[in-house]
Write a protein that binds this ligand. Structure first.
Ligand SMILES: C[S@@+](CC[C@H](N)C(=O)[O-])C[C@H]1O[C@@H](n2cnc3c(N)ncnc32)[C@H](O)[C@@H]1O
Length: 247
């Protein structure tokens, strides 16, 4: 009996911790975010407790793992999230981009960055968080992104830049809290190192969007509604009985 119980428990743990999964879904490697859901976990919960066409609500939707899974599983979804950056990440992550020539847009962004004509960004204590070379290079990338005309591509580029910002700053790059990482103070960037990091990330995210565009082409996908607000105060704006599953 005891052996049966422990076998049951081990099987249950295997089933719900996903520790034996081969690799996490590639398309969630879009932007780092602390304490994200295991995509397979939300996928399993959504499949178990809702059906196609239902509405799923995530009241702390963060970088949008559950919203993306809900969309791919043909559920409607609403995310509520306090952090504006998380809202931007999840919005870009779950919105297909149509009618854009990615190759052309990327090339004109690269040309603009190489032109090197943008003003250096400044804010209080910027040099506490960034070394001088990083400030110059990041300012140039940001200025070039801000001049992009195509709104969706601009947001995709902004999210890609955001994903490398902490890495190239003096800040520890995991967790919510901002701590200076003493080990990073001596780091010297090679010529074009930050530019290359940004372009690698942008390429990754362009491929991601193309992948999502293809995935939702033949399904009944609904783009999630993302509300940048405090979920403790929002109950009145969501109609009674309109939600089928809360995550
Ligand atoms: C652990 S993260 C969620 C991560 C998410 N499951 C994912 O996969 O990306 C928790 C999120 O709750 C948000 N949050 C905390 N308190 C909140 C509140 N009162 N209303 C809305 N969002 C809140 C935080 O900003 C954070 O993004």
């Amino acid at each position: 009996m005891e052996e049966n119980n422990s076998t049951f428990l081990l099987n249950w743990l295997d089933e719900w911790t996903f520790r034996k999964r081969e690799n996490i879904y590639e398309y969630h490697q879009f932007h780092k975010y602390p304490a994200t859901f295991i995509p397979e976990l939300v996928d399993k919960i959504i499949n178990l407790y809702s059906k196609k066409g239902d509405t799923v609500l995530d009241i702390f939707s963060g970088s949008g793992t559950s919203l993306l899974e809900a969309m791919l599983l043909e559920r409607k979804s609403i995310g509520i999230e306090l952090n504006p950056l998380a809202c931007l990440i999840s919005k870009v992550k779950t919105t297909p981009i149509e009618g854009v020539d990615f190759k052309k847009e990327k090339q004109s962004l690269i040309d603009s960055i190489k032109n090197n004509k943008y003003n250096i960004v400044n804010f209080e204590k910027i040099d506490f968080w960034f070394q001088e070379e990083a400030i110059i290079e990041l300012s140039n990338i940001l200025g070039s992104i801000n001049s992009i005309k195509h709104e969706s591509f601009k947001k995709l580029a902004l999210v890609s830049l955001s994903d490398i910002i902490r890495y190239v700053s003096f800040c520890k790059h995991s967790g919510f809290k901002m701590h200076k990482d003493q080990k990073k103070l001596e780091k010297k960037f090679k010529k074009n190192e930050i530019f290359d990091l940004f372009i690698d990330k942008l390429n990754n995210n362009i491929n991601y969007i193309i992948h999502i565009n293809n995935k939702i082409k033949n399904i009944n996908a609904t783009i999630p509604l993302i509300i940048n607000y405090d979920s403790r105060k929002i109950s009145d704006s969501i109609k009674k009985e309109s939600i089928d599953l809360i995550i």
